[in-house]
Design a binder for this molecule. Structure first.
Ligand code: ASP
Ligand code: MG
Length: 479
């Protein structure tokens, strides 16, 4: 059995949904006439939808009625348009359209109650954030039914049991496994193709949780482990994990095979195509995971396995991230203590805000936090609420640098890149290009280093580094 997970870009439009349906129908059992289904599909929200949902919840908490109402209307329009274009069967169209309207009506109620309370808790945020997957799953299931599969949309709130760490919940594997055995196995045996929401779970008491932004990969792994799947396939929009973002370096090379540890390391420094928590559940059972391209389904992508083939090429990778802001929290005198840094991080994590990179500047009494652009204003609000009244304007300040990017360079163990380590090579390459380095974070192993730089210098830096690391030349075992 294979778990196929499709991310937001893979279902970003009606045409992309159709592409996903082609892929699924080509690869799974359970089409009319076959007995047993051999796939489970896990799907994310449509691209951009989770961001919009959360923005709506924040607007509601601020009492910005027109903003959250507008967001609800936009979500309705976007989903119904896809349904109208995509579904030919009138009954399916009406029934999925109706389901979407009902769900969004429910979202409207939730927004209104957040507005009345004037506060957005991590729990409320998860309840709102889970709506995207609960919409996309119905569209995909209906489309697959039109194509002849006996597909059924299923909410992972009925399958994945988690703790109550809202915003970054951890699955409780035994209970989850039990649910999967009880609910999914009988469906598969009857030839039904389950189409399951990614990203979402529920506590034992039934409160909706999320597994962290980008967490549909993690959900797919959890489902795969619970069902003893043969493999997990993460369908993204690039040919696996590459030596650099192919949108920046078109000649970037796919890392064809990685060990679990190597893949985790790349995911933790921000390889967008894989949520960092995805690998750990797979290790005990040795389930292989593939990262493949839904835009280029015949490319083999990256295989992540327990024991990579001896003699495979080991290449360093440059992982970059955009759409980010850097927030500096600091004091102008030596009232800055580590406790303040700890408090800043704790406040953000309590409301489920992810900090993607942080570094400390001792001389400037600063903590630098890299966050998603879409989280920037909310972060500032939380931090100023925490610090302002206690520390006053004179000693305490919050600064923002918009439009920053991160760039991490990782040398996997076994990379034979010459006498100078990756860290010094990365520094000297950025120095040579006069890239303005705003903050640095380095791993203790000296095998990886991350920089925060202005976004408009990213392309130049990545292209140059890729060349400097010798990744442009032909190399063994790369595709
Ligand atoms: N829809 C969720 C997000 O945008 C989860 C995912 O896409 O994996 O973070
Ligand atoms: Mg993702």
């Amino acid at each position: 059995m294979i778990i196929h997970k499709f991310g937001g870009t893979s279902v970003g439009s009606a045409a992309r949904f159709a592409g996903v349906a082609d892929i699924v129908c080509e690869r799974h059992g359970g089409l009319e006439g076959t007995m047993e289904a051999t796939s489970v599909v896990v799907v994310s929200a449509i691209e951009g939808v989770t961001d919009l949902l959360i923005a709506g919840a924040r607007a509601a908490a601020e009492g910005e009625d027109t903003v959250y109402r507008g967001i609800k209307a936009e979500l309705l329009g976007r989903h119904l348009e896809i349904v109208d274009v995509l579904l030919e069967d009138r009954e399916e169209r009406l029934s999925v359209g109706g389901l979407i309207e009902d769900r969004l009506h429910e979202l409207g109620r939730l927004y209104r109650s957040i507005a009345v309370l004037g506060e957005l808790t991590a729990r409320g945020r998860d309840a709102v954030a889970s709506f995207g997957e609960h919409l996309s799953v119905h569209i995909l299931a209906a489309l697959l039914r039109e194509r002849g599969a006996r597909a059924r949309a299923i909410s992972s709130t009925e399958l994945i049991v988690t703790d109550d760490q809202f915003g970054a919940a951890s699955p409780l594997m035994e209970l989850t496994r039990c649910n999967l055995r009880q609910r999914i196995v009988p469906l598969l045996e009857r030839g039904v193709l389950p189409v399951v929401t990614g990203y979402v779970g529920a506590t034992e008491d039934g409160a909706t949780t999320t597994l962290g932004r980008g967490g549909s990969d993690f959900a797919a792994a959890v489902i795969g482990v619970g069902l003893d799947a043969d493999e997990i396939w993460i369908w993204s929009d690039v040919d696996g994990i590459l030596t650099a973002d192919p949108n920046i370096v078109p000649r970037a090379r796919t890392l064809t095979e990685l060990s679990y540890t190597e893949a985790s390391e790349l995911a933790y420094v921000g390889a967008e195509v894989l949520h960092p928590k995805t690998i750990r559940p797979l290790v005990r059972r040795g389930i292989p995971l593939r990262i493949v391209n839904s835009f280029n389904p015949n490319h083999p992508g990256t295989a992540i396995v327990e024991h990579p083939t001896a003699g495979r090429a080991v290449l360093p990778a440059i992982i970059s991230g955009t759409g980010l802001s850097m927030i500096a929290v600091g004091s102008q005198d030596d009232s800055w203590t580590l406790d303040l840094a700890a408090r800043a991080l704790r406040e953000l994590s309590q409301v489920g805000l992810e900090v993607l990179m942080f570094s400390q500047s001792l001389s400037e009494h600063n903590l630098n936090l890299v966050v998603r652009e879409s989280d920037q204003d909310h972060c500032l609000k939380i931090l100023s609420r925490e610090f302002k009244d206690r520390h006053g304007e004179d000693t305490f300040r919050l600064g923002v640098q918009e439009k920053v990017a991160t760039i991490s360079v990782v040398a996997l163990p076994g990379w034979n890149g010459g006498p100078n380590g990756i860290v010094s090579r990365a520094f000297s390459a950025l120095g040579e290009r006069q890239t303005r380095v705003i903050a640095v974070a380095q791993a203790g192993t000296e095998r990886s280093v991350s920089f925060c730089i202005p976004e408009d210098q990213l392309t130049d830096a990545v292209v140059f580094l890729h060349r400097k690391l010798g990744l442009e030349d032909g190399c063994r075992g790369c595709s």
